[in-house]
Design a protein around this ligand. Structure first.
Ligand code: PNS
Length: 159
């Protein structure tokens, strides 16, 4: 049986923390689908195409598929034949939202399990929103994101 894992998110933009989780998910899955949400609530910094293109540049493993999805994650996971949804848990503050989401997704797609992965210690504090904020004010994000992402942030903010 092929084990397909979905790693969903906004990826606005992809960080070294996301890359770390993709590698970890890959270790126990035959295929990992990085699923980029079309609708991310608030106005994203990067367009969908930009977010997908940056993931492609940051992740160069042929075992990783990058796709976008609109609508419910549970429907996308089922249609993709996935049995796992992978999410990262960085801190206690993530827990409540993640727990709610996992239960709702189970309700919508009972055959799909959510698994939580812990990121590398030095990436625990990292989030796309912090990266955007640091880059917006000209801070150094070179250790936090792939060089292509750093360049895209510089271009976006005219730095
Ligand atoms: O990186 P994020 O912003 O934490 O990712 C959140 C995401 C995109 C995984 C979540 O908002 C999502 O699954 N959106 C798709 C719509 C959906 O299925 N909503 C119900 C979730 S229970």
């Amino acid at each position: 049986m092929t084990r397909v894992a979905i790693y969903p998110g906004s990826f606005d933009p992809i960080t070294r923390g996301h890359e770390d989780l993709i590698r970890r998910a890959r270790a126990f899955s035959d295929r990992v689908i990085v699923a980029v949400a079309v609708n991310v609530g608030k106005q994203p910094l990067f367009t969908l195409d930009e977010r997908v293109a940056l993931i492609r540049q940051a992740v160069e493993d042929p075992g990783i598929e990058i796709r976008s999805f609109d609508g419910l994650l549970a429907d996308f996971a089922r249609a993709a034949g996935a049995t796992l949804i992978v999410r990262g848990l960085r801190a206690v503050s993530d827990f409540e939202y993640e727990f709610q989401m996992a239960l709702m997704n189970r309700n919508l797609a009972p055959g799909v399990e959510t698994v939580f992965l812990v990121p590398a210690f030095d990436l625990t504090y990292l989030s796309s929103s912090l990266v955007r904020e640091v880059a917006r004010f000209g801070g150094d994000v070179s250790r936090l994101v792939h060089p292509a992402v750093r360049k895209a942030l510089q271009t976006k903010f005219g730095k």
